[in-house]
Ligand binder design. Structure first.
Ligand code: TYM
Length: 329
């Protein structure tokens, strides 16, 4: 990249309403790289590995882009774009399919989980999802990929694919490193705190959406599943409280010790409300800015167009190198 500037890439699927898991585990870290060349992508090609209603996919693509901006990414300083607007993603995805082993893809836990959830639609795209993800990352010669812990296995595979291609054809791709936050890497469901909070969870009380209004956020936290103990600390059987501590820590920067001390004489009810309050305050400006942006579709379209043009410029450079190395005429 220009002047040896480090490159950051990440993506979010427009496949559902985004949750505080997406926000705390990934999106809020996207602004942590002011001196890097950053590419943030709305990965609509990945979203269709699960059946989507076209009108919903279209709307969510705008919504996700608006959330990138609302969560602090300046489109003048970051390349914000939609994956399907840069056809090189699909092209490199195919090429990398040919450098990814069946056995590697078979071991992906997300593939196993999603196959179990969508048993009527275990399509080839669901299976090769990780090589398209590798293409997203490798196309921009990415150094750093900020993600939640659930994407770690895919990142490791992307590294293996890059190393394998480089091994066969000589230095072609930068081998990327994951950037996984210590706090917030895996926000759990409020209803079932041993399971990840997921945008596709059918139980709306399990999930706090970034765009939930304050009353809804508070109601969901009041109902969060905890335990029959009454101390605010981590421990065996206390996954619910541990998750609330993580969320509180993400929003306040406080350590576990500070949180335990702060709520030493409070009951669970009071703690849950305190968590609800800090989340409401953290999300308030995001929701306000998002609402303003969504009223200006022309602006969002201009951002996606300019983002795709910039992304395509860098993608072209990698693709011409790849084509040459492969022997394409
Ligand atoms: P997706 O859309 O499922 O999630 C977007 C980001 O949110 C993180 N995340 C979470 N973090 C903490 N706790 C949770 N409960 C939680 N749920 C989701 C995810 O780790 C992710 O960082 N395959 C990716 C999208 C993708 C991508 C890429 C990411 C496609 N190409 C290239 C990085 C680089 C995905 O499905 O994310």
């Amino acid at each position: 990249m220009l002047n040896d500037q480090k490159v950051v890439f990440s993506g979010v699927q427009p496949s559902g309403n985004l949750t505080i898991g997406n926000y705390l585990g990934a999106m809020r870290n996207f602004s942590a790289f002011p001196d890097h060349k950053c590419f943030y992508c709305v990965v609509d090609l990945h979203a269709i590995t699960v059946r989507q209603v076209p009108a919903d996919l279209r709307r969510r693509t705008y919504e996700t882009l608006a959330l990138y901006i609302a969560s602090g990414l300046d489109p003048e300083k970051n390349v914000l774009f939609v994956q399907s607007h840069v056809p090189a993603h699909a092209e490199l995805g195919w090429i990398l399919d040919c450098y990814t082993m069946f056995g590697e893809l078979s071991r992906m836990t997300q593939f196993k989980d999603k196959s179990a959830h969508h048993a009527d639609n275990i399509n080839a795209g669901l299976f090769t999802y990780p090589s398209l993800m590798a293409a997203d990352i490798l196309l921009y010669q990415t150094d750093i990929v900020p993600v939640g812990i659930d994407q770690k296995q895919h990142l490791e595979l992307a590294r293996n694919i890059a190393a394998r291609f480089n091994g066969v054809h000589g230095e072609t791709f930068v081998v990327p490193e994951p950037y996984i936050p210590e706090t917030g890497m895996k926000i759990m469901s409020l209803a079932e705190p041993t399971a990840k909070m997921s945008k596709s969870d059918p139980n709306p009380n399990a999930v706090v959406y970034i765009l939930d209004d304050p009353d809804t956020i508070m109601r969901k936290f009041r109902r969060a599943v905890t335990d029959s103990d009454c101390t605010i600390c981590r421990g065996e059987g206390k996954e619910g409280i541990a998750n609330l501590m993580t969320i509180y820590s993400c929003c306040t920067g406080k350590s576990d010790e500070e949180i335990t001390a702060e709520f030493s004489s409070a009951g669970y009810g009071k703690f849950k409300e305190a968590v609800g309050e800090v989340v409401i305050e953290a999300l308030r400006p995001v929701r306000q800015e998002w609402t303003r942006l969504m009223a200006d579709k022309a602006y969002l379209e201009q951002v996606m167009k300019s983002g795709a043009e910039q992304a395509a410029y860098y993608a072209r450079k990698t693709m011409s190198k790849v084509r040459r190395k492969l022997g394409f005429v």
